[in-house]
Design a protein around this ligand. Structure first.
Ligand code: SF4
Length: 442
């Protein structure tokens, strides 16, 4: 590929051709136009679904607009998370400082919206002008009697992954602050589900049918009071491992709560997520209920999937998503539909994720870390993919090249997790790949 930057070579491997481990976890190289978002965005997407908290962006209005309503996360109650408040820093504050403006904004918003807690996000310019955000947050915490938590998430200060860590540290400050609540014996926390299109509600219902109680979800349909008592759960079930493993490890160290990584995408991984929890609690009754649930769901789902498989058999897919764990589930889910993955990559995957992907994929599959539009377009052309699975930044690549697209990112409005989600996924893939519109593309 002629367009590839030399420094990117080690982050691209082809199964069966390159017998080296892929390089990953590195800062994006200059000029690459990485698909990754900034540190601030990383923090914002993790905490966004906490619906009864105030989210205030200390920075220019552009940073706030960029992350306004950034996820399709649903709330069963308050909707405060959907508002993107900002201190709207301008030239005057850049010269004279924005601390007074931040203080006034916090006081006014807390008085108006009565949030349970507040998260204040630092953006690039705050790091440059050096506002003492922590001091302002301490003062408002004292005066208003609620937790006002600063996130030092200046956009330039690392990668999106660093933003995840900062968000996890903010959650960690709240966890353990409720010592009085009592939770049932078989209790878990779900980490890394963001309740996109109501997915959390489906998952919580599966666990409820098995006799498992959910103390807190961090952060889908999140509530501050649930986060405070999350240390009472017996197990952390981590879905978006890229963003939430930091918190799971922190809770293991502080409270001795073990964690397991799962995925809720595709039949195989969804079922394993239920069985693994039953195994953890060493309950035969729970395992029995999990088996019954899986049997019941599959008896409805499999005949439906067959209809789509008949037309999708042999089609090729390219996948580029945020976390590699999701990519692994997608490869399996596509296989179930008779499709072959020819390109797969992620923004934030680690070595273990990529090793697993390499094991799972067919010979000739291109595996890529921290890619860019130029590379992705080339890979799609080279491999003749019929479908691109990605997010808002990958959609134009697919449409410009004239191939089907499936949105599997955090903005989506369609539930793709669980058994119901697998059927939605099959329908969406089928509608996109088999659309008659492609025959008009040259
Ligand atoms: S990179 Fe900086 S300026 Fe751009 S959105 Fe992120 S915080 Fe805002």
């Amino acid at each position: 590929m002629n367009e590839m930057l030399k420094g990117r070579k080690s982050q691209i491997v082809t199964k069966g051709q390159d017998d080296v481990a892929i390089a990953c976890g590195k800062a994006s190289i200059a000029g690459s136009v990485s698909q990754r978002a900034c540190v601030f965005c990383g923090s914002r997407v993790v905490l966004y679904p906490i619906a009864d908290a105030l989210h205030l962006i200390h920075g220019p209005v552009g940073c706030a607009a960029y992350t306004w309503d950034i996820r399709g996360s649903l709330s069963s109650g308050p909707q405060l998370h959907r508002l993107s408040f900002t201190t709207d820093l301008k030239e005057k504050e850049v010269v004279f400082g924005g601390e007074t403006r931040l203080y006034n904004a916090l006081i006014s918003l807390i008085d108006n919206y009565k949030p349970k807690a507040a998260f204040v996000y630092a953006t690039c310019i705050v790091g440059v002008i050096g506002d003492d955000m922590e001091a302002v947050c301490r003062r408002v915490t004292r005066e208003k009697g609620i937790d006002v938590i600063p996130l030092m998430s200046e956009g330039f200060n690392g990668t999106k992954k660093d933003g995840y860590k900062i968000a996890c540290a903010a959650l960690s400050k709240l966890i353990g602050t409720d010592q009085t609540s009592v939770v049932p014996e078989h209790s878990i926390n779900i980490l890394g589900d963001f309740n996109l299109a109501g997915e959390l509600w489906m998952l919580a219902e599966y666990y409820r049918r098995m006799g498992v109680n959910m103390v807190a979800c961090m952060t889908g349909d999140g509530r501050i009071d649930d986060v405070r008592k999350a240390h009472k759960a017996k197990l952390n079930v981590v879905q978006c491992s890229g963003s939430m493993t930091y918190l799971a490890k922190d809770m293991e160290d502080k409270y001795g709560i073990p964690f397991m990584k799962v995925s809720y995408f595709g039949i195989e991984d969804m079922s394993d997520a239920l069985y693994e929890v039953a195994r953890f609690f060493k309950s035969d009754e729970m395992m029995q209920k999990a088996r019954e649930l899986v049997r019941e769901e599959l008896s409805k789902l499999l005949p439906e999937l067959q209809k789509y498989r008949a037309q999708l058999e042999g089609k090729k897919a390219a996948i580029y998503v945020g976390g590699a764990f999701k990519a692994i589930s997608l490869v399996k889910a596509l296989r179930l539909l008779g499709m072959k993955t020819v390109v797969v990559g992620s923004q934030t995957g680690n070595q273990d994720d990529y090793n697993l992907l390499k094991e799972l994929c067919d010979e000739g599959t291109i595996i890529v870390d921290d890619s860019n539009p130029n590379e992705l377009s080339e890979f799609v052309k080279q491999t003749g993919a019929n479908l691109f699975i990605g997010g808002v930044k990958e959609r134009p690549i697919a449409f410009k090249l004239g191939l089907g697209f499936c949105d599997h990112n955090h903005e989506r409005k369609e539930a793709l997790a669980g058994y119901e989600g697998m059927l939605n996924f099959a329908k969406e893939v089928h509608a996109s790949v088999c659309s008659p519109v492609w025959k008009f593309m040259k």
